[in-house]
Design a protein around this ligand. Structure first.
Ligand SMILES: Nc1ncnc2c1ncn2[C@@H]1O[C@H](COP(=O)(O)OP(=O)(O)O)[C@@H](O)[C@H]1O
Ligand SMILES: [Mg+2]
Length: 278
């Protein structure tokens, strides 16, 4: 028997949860040589399903800490992190996490590093299919010709791209990316932004993307969270009102982009100039 009242039926029917990831009064304090360092002030934040959200803010304001908590690699000191409404209490297997420091295995070649995600999945992908997907990923991130190089034989930018391929091949429903394109030259960066936009839009992923590059944040995001200097707290959340699909090569020459850039910079500049950890 269906005992839903009309109001409850509508809520149940709405299907998609309001938030893919939710920080509920989440805070983080580190103990360093007996001293408390408050990295993140109690923070509430919702990442909506299929949303592309950027986090920007001065160095040391807790951006990586937020991603670590979403990935379940770190527990908040107080408050909660929810994923699909469930508390994150250990490594969150629903997210692909590209950390700030690349964690490629030094003894493995590019293609073997990228394939790792398919080997670790509970149902290992058949060898031929895995090879095929690795090849596609290598092309996507522009590493053709470097399949058999080890990380020490790649440039910093190439290692970042290999790490990105390794994260994407797993096809996670949610992506956490920590300054993924910092080491790339500006042309290559645009190509990578284009690929990332295609993939995440096509697969309707939810993305939390940390960057120092405001242009990158505006180009890709639905919303941009501006964090203030340590202890990190949300200073503002900006909606990016640029139509999709966006041409990553041209959108930055539009007036709407410039206006958004100016507003963001005005918000950030004092904290950046003041600096924190520098
Ligand atoms: N494991 C840790 N132990 C002690 N302090 C930490 C640790 N991780 C981060 N911190 C401190 O917390 C603050 C926020 O760090 P982080 O999240 O890495 O900032 P961001 O990514 O915004 O640069 C910084 O002051 C940093 O030194
Ligand atoms: Mg960081």
């Amino acid at each position: 028997m269906n005992d839903l009242t009309p109001a409850r039926a509508v809520a149940a029917d709405a299907g998609t949860p309001a938030a893919k990831i939710r920080l509920l009064c989440a805070e983080k304090t580190f103990q360093v040589r007996g001293q408390d360092i408050e990295a993140l002030h109690p923070t509430d934040l919702d990442i909506r399903p299929h949303e592309f959200m950027a986090l920007v803010g001065p160095s040391g304001c807790g951006k990586s800490t937020i991603l670590n908590m979403m990935a379940g690699l770190m527990r908040p000191t107080a408050g909660e992190v929810l994923y699909d409404g469930q508390p994150v209490t250990g490594p969150n297997r629903r997210v692909g996490y590209m950390t700030q420091k690349d964690t490629l295995l030094p003894w493995r070649t590019t293609k073997d590093n990228i394939r790792i995600a398919l080997e670790l999945k509970s149902h290992a992908t058949p060898r031929a299919e895995a090879e095929d997907r690795v090849r596609q990923m290598i092309e996507l991130v522009g590493l053709k010709g470097f399949e058999n190089h080890t990380p020490a034989e790649l440039s910093g930018g190439m290692r970042k791209r290999a790490a990105m391929a390794r994260t994407l091949i797993y096809e996670p429903e949610t992506l956490l990316m920590d300054e993924p394109f910092g080491a790339l030259d500006s042309q290559l960066k645009l190509l990578m932004l284009d690929q990332l936009q295609c993939l995440t839009q096509h697969r309707r992923m939810s993305v939390v993307f940390v960057t120092h590059d405001l242009g990158e944040a505006i180009t890709l995001s639905d919303r941009i969270v501006v964090l203030s200097a340590r202890p990190g707290r949300i200073r503002a959340i900006h909606d990016v009102k640029l139509e999709r699909p966006r041409d990553v090569f041209k959108v930055r020459f539009t007036p709407a982009f410039s206006e958004q850039h100016e507003r963001l910079w005005d918000e950030l500049k004092d904290d950046i100039i003041k600096g924190t950890d520098v």
